[in-house]
Ligand binder design. Structure first.
Ligand code: NAD
Length: 498
């Protein structure tokens, strides 16, 4: 039914030998297309093609690779609307939000256009008498990226522009829920001049992921998704001898100090909690009010939540779209029910929301819960939906202690007028990305993105300079050019420099 999404191998679409599954529109619950799922055979074929293509690609000059990246940037800009609409149809988010994620993804592509700077090695003359030393960074070979449903364009863009610009071949395994954007990107890379086989897409679920994590022809795996799968990918691919970066889930807290501009904080936190229906890894599902901030914040956040228009992503008046699946909707509703049963107060209750004309869509209205115990799962677990928990503490130290007690450490924010507390927060918080009066502190493409603790497994953060480090390895070269008739004494002892 509808359209067909196949693998992109060797510069062309191929159905492969695996099974298929329907692609659903979250706003209607209806099937819109069919996805071909990969298997070990599909991965074998993609790796074989990539291995041959990468040998050639690594020899293409930096000048030519850079020109291709510039062309790709232009093509992405020209096709933004097409990609954004495909994302809205399969993910559900608003077209404006999808356009925003494409723009943020392009930051990494823009960074990759200056890869010439990042790949400069070091050179030292005369490290010993008549001996020079230099370093260079070389690609790893064939690398794979496995990505989540919530950013079908941006998250893959954290990976492939840098992998390609540094001379690797890249195999993308996007989420099976919203696969179309990746095939459009593959077509555009081809149009930009990337040789066939250098960028490929293999679709599928666990079988495809496990084949990528264990295939001997793949040198490195980048993963972004939930914490249990991040741990699985990190363990499986590491055991198979690969370099791995695996970014996991999150439960980001925003602290609201009593001196903060409460209206401003509530507006920003509402955008973090309810934008994209809370399905962002840098969403803000927890607000921590300090001292007297509690009651005014509850009033202000309720006002923000109650004015949101919930509807389909292709309606320009929509503020908050549906969640990804019926199961995700049920989970949010269950977590709200359990919070209420445990004595939680629902300050805003979007459980009963029905969007007219979209009765089968996965809609749930904004929910704000307070008075929950810090051990309750609706607070401790990642909800990944439009449910904000407001926790109350007495002072700054208690806020820091609460945030640091979470097993996750992806992002956090503090809302305050005090430079003193903002500075202490940056210093004391055990989280990888921190915002000061900024609710979603996602670093720009030329910095790197990554959390701490259960939000990242592996040494490297994503994109920016750490991305270059991840997709390349260093070679150190020591050189001596003695004159043809020069006599150099050999010694059996370990060489020292003189
Ligand atoms: P997910 O973990 O279910 O899926 C991620 C990828 O893993 C997909 O490609 C999927 O096909 C694959 N996968 C799923 N189950 C698998 C299994 N059993 N074995 C092997 N592979 C499997 O995540 P999702 O639901 O697509 O995305 C939401 C999650 O991603 C949230 O937890 C969110 O916090 C996280 N996320 C984190 C970041 C970050 O930067 N840390 C960014 C975006 C999303």
């Amino acid at each position: 039914m509808g359209y067909d999404v196949q693998h992109w191998i060797g510069g062309t679409e191929t159905a492969g030998t695996g099974s298929t599954q329907p692609i659903l529109n979250p706003a209607t619950g209806q099937e819109v297309g069919t996805l071909h799922l990969g298997d070990a055979g599909t991965v074998d074929r993609a790796v074989e093609v990539a291995t041959a293509a990468q040998r050639e690609w690594a020899t293409v000059s930096l000048a030519k690779r850079t020109q291709i990246m510039y062309r790709m940037r232009q093509l992405m800009i020209e096709h933004t609307e097409e990609i954004a609409r495909a994302i809205t149809r399969e993910h559900g988010k608003t077209v404006a939000d999808a356009t925003g994620e494409i723009a943020r993804g392009l930051e990494t592509l823009e960074f990759a256009t200056s890869i010439t700077q990042e790949l400069k090695g070091g050179f030292s003359e005369n490290v010993s008498t008549g001996v020079d030393a230099h370093t260079m960074r070389q690609p790893l070979g064939v690398v794979a990226g496995i990505t989540p449903f919530n950013f079908p364009a941006m998250v893959p863009f954290w990976m492939h522009p840098i992998a390609l610009a540094t001379g690797n071949a890249f195999i993308l395994k996007p989420s099976e829920r919203d696969p179309s954007a990746s095939n459009i990107v593959a077509r555009l890379y081809q149009e930009a001049g990337v040789p066939d086989g250098v960028f490929q897409v293999v679709h599928g679920g666990k079988e495809t992921v496990d084949a990528l994590c264990t295939h001997p022809g793949i040198a490195a795996v980048s993963f972004v998704g939930s914490t249990p799968i991040a741990q699985h990918v990190h363990a499986t691919a590491s055991a198979a001898g690969k370099r791995v970066q695996a970014l996991g889930g999150a439960n980001n807290h925003a602290v609201v100090m009593p001196d903060a501009n409460i209206e401003f904080a509530a507006g920003q936190i509402a955008s973090g909690a309810f934008g994209s229906a809370g399905e962002r890894c840098m969403a803000v599902p927890v607000a921590v009010t300090v001292g007297d901030a509690h009651e005014p914040f509850l009033e202000a956040i309720a006002a923000e939540a109650n004015k949101l228009v919930v509807g389909p992503g292709d309606d320009p008046t929509t503020d908050m779209p549906p969640v990804i699946t019926a199961a995700a909707r049920e989970r949010v509703l269950r977590m709200a029910d359990e919070a209420e049963q445990a004595g939680g107060r629902l300050v805003v209750d979007g459980r009963g929301l029905v969007v007219e004309g979209h009765e089968n869509g996965n809609f749930v209205g904004p929910i704000v819960v307070t008075d929950l115990d810090r051990t309750h799962p609706t607070y401790t677990d990642e909800v990944f939906g439009p449910l904000l928990v407001v926790m109350h503490v007495n002072n700054f130290d208690e806020a820091v202690e609460l945030v640091n007690s979470s097993p996750f450490g992806n992002g956090t924010a503090i809302f305050t007028d005090s430079g003193h507390y903002a500075r202490r927060y940056q210093e004391e918080i055990q989280v990888g990305m921190v915002g000061v009066n900024v609710p979603i502190p996602t670093p720009v493409g030329y910095y790197s993105f990554g959390g701490w603790k259960d939000s990242l497994f592996g040494e490297h953060h994503a994109h920016g300079p750490e991305g270059v480090g991840f997709y390349t390895r260093q070679k150190a070269i020591t050189t001596r050019w003695p004159a043809q008739n020069e006599t150099v004494e050999s010694s059996m002892s370990f060489p020292t420099h003189d």
